[in-house]
Ligand binder design. Structure first.
Ligand code: SF4
Ligand code: SF4
Length: 153
């Protein structure tokens, strides 16, 4: 009975030993937001759009299982095919992040690499649902919508 009581009194030493073990090690936490960690290359922060590579195919929108992506018409493109000039709608994806589950299927489906993950984005919280809507120009990193469908910046 006495031994059991003594062991019970020493039971706090085991957790204390864990504390002491870490006392002289460098910290593994950082002073966020003043300090920021470098995210891993495969981290899915938020989709980023390269408008120069986007060919308006809509594969990203069709691949999305949550119907999160809509294609927005941003202008009319003219292409010369043989002797004819063909006019085609230029479209870019827009994403409502509130419905996104970050599965990555849209990025996988993009045939030109126009849609990629921006792994530097870590703060996605907003005060309203409306602010979770990302128009194409915001995905492309523009501050506002460019006037002519946007390769102006
Ligand atoms: S990551 Fe998945 S859910 Fe989000 S927009 Fe892309 S396909 Fe849709
Ligand atoms: S982002 Fe990629 S998949 Fe989506 S419309 Fe542009 S080229 Fe097609």
């Amino acid at each position: 009975m006495m031994l059991k009581q003594k062991l019970k009194n020493l039971s706090h030493l085991l957790p204390m030993s864990v504390t002491f073990k870490h006392l002289f090690k460098p910290p593994i936490t950082i002073q966020y937001p003043e300090q920021r960690d470098v995210m891993k290359p495969r981290y899915r922060g938020r989709q980023r759009l390269d408008v120069k590579k986007c060919i308006s195919c809509g594969s990203c929108a069709r691949a999305c299982p949550n119907a999160t992506i809509e294609m927005k018409v941003v202008g009319i493109e003219e292409k010369k095919v043989k002797d004819r000039i063909i006019k085609k709608e230029k479209k870019h994806p827009e994403i409502y992040l509130g419905r996104c589950m970050f599965c990555g299927l849209c990025v996988e489906a993009c045939p030109t690499g126009a849609l990629t993950w921006d792994n530097e984005v870590i703060e996605l919280a907003e005060y309203s649902r409306e602010e979770l809507f990302y128009p194409w120009w915001k995905l492309a990193g523009y501050e506002r919508e460019p006037e002519q469908g946007g390769e102006t910046q």
